[in-house]
Write a protein that binds this ligand. Structure first.
Ligand code: ADP
Ligand code: MG
Length: 277
């Protein structure tokens, strides 16, 4: 375990601090330069094939970034490197100024405030929406339940707050298995939010959603930006256009173009390898 991680935990749990929200502490991230994530020269090879090829990419704190690119461009591999699922052959991945994610384990990275949403929703189908959010917190190893009574009230407040943010206030008692596909996706995002991530990685979040759900998801992401940083991999160009952020185009494991959607869509190289197909 990295020394800074140990120190942080000891300080946190040893303080006798009853404030639950303060137990979920990812304040160790140094954001003094306004950058939440900096990937530098990341290379990942599978049997000699470079899925990522000296990928360099920077995400500002509070930013909502879209990543697009043809199949096989390395988008999922990039997320795997950020979350510690895959170790790059070379290169570094900084979370804030000082933390090199390539030296941390998956649980350590999650505990420092990086949440990942896979494409398929994985909610507890037989539990209510409320219980799902509650469980997301209990699953969080950073939360100590020694102060149960106090924690319960705070948990209820947090769940209510999250329900509002993901627009499921009216569905708290509903069994999650009965939600629409889009609502399940929001619930899963809510489960991530319960753990107060600083950085959210979302892989094709609007795939399979109705137009109305897609629009609401765009609103949700815009409301989360600022307070959180979001990296969204998405093929739905109407959705990307509607969240109007900086777009990074990946191709063959590296950045091909970056800028507004308009700018990258008019880039001749992008047209050639991706949009023109
Ligand atoms: P994207 O998400 O942009 O579609 P991926 O990151 O999934 O792309 O894959 C990038 C490339 O790496 C692809 O050519 C894919 O076949 C290859 N790849 C990904 N994971 C593995 C793996 N575990 N073993 C071998 N090849 C892989
Ligand atoms: Mg992928």
């Amino acid at each position: 375990m990295a020394p800074w991680f140990k120190k942080k935990q000891q300080r946190r749990f040893g303080s006798g601090d009853a404030g639950y929200s303060r137990l979920v502490d990812n304040s160790a991230v140094d954001l003094s330069h306004g950058v939440i994530l900096y990937l530098e020269d990341i290379t990942v090879s599978f049997d000699g094939f470079k899925a990522l090829d000296r990928l360099t990419l920077s995400i500002d704190d509070g930013e909502l970034r879209c990543i697009i690119g043809p199949n096989g461009a390395g988008k999922t591999t990039m997320m795997d490197c950020i979350t510690g699922k895959t170790r790059p052959d070379s290169g570094s991945a900084y979370f804030g100024q000082a933390m090199d994610l390539t030296r941390m384990t998956e649980p350590e990275i999650a505990a420092m405030g990086i949440g990942r949403k896979f494409q398929k929703p994985t909610v507890f189908e037989r539990h209510s929406v409320f219980e799902n959010l509650e469980l997301a917190l209990k699953r969080d190893k950073r939360v100590r339940y020694s102060l149960v009574a106090q924690v319960d009230d705070e948990v209820r407040d947090r769940v209510s707050d999250t329900l509002r943010r993901i627009r499921l206030e009216g569905e708290a008692e509903r069994i999650a298995g009965l939600l629409s596909h889009g609502q399940k996706q929001w619930l899963e995002i809510g489960m991530l939010l319960m753990q107060e991530p600083r950085l959210l990685l979302l892989d094709e979040p609007v795939a399979g959603m109705t137009d109305d759900e897609t629009e609401r998801t765009a609103e949700l992401f815009q409301s989360l930006a600022g307070q959180h940083s979001l990296v969204v991999v998405e093929h739905d160009m109407a959705f990307v256009a509607s969240i109007a952020s900086t777009v990074t185009v990946l191709h063959e494991g590296r950045v091909l173009a970056e800028g507004t959607l308009d700018k990258v869509q008019n880039d001749p190289q992008v047209i050639e390898v991706y949009l023109g197909r």
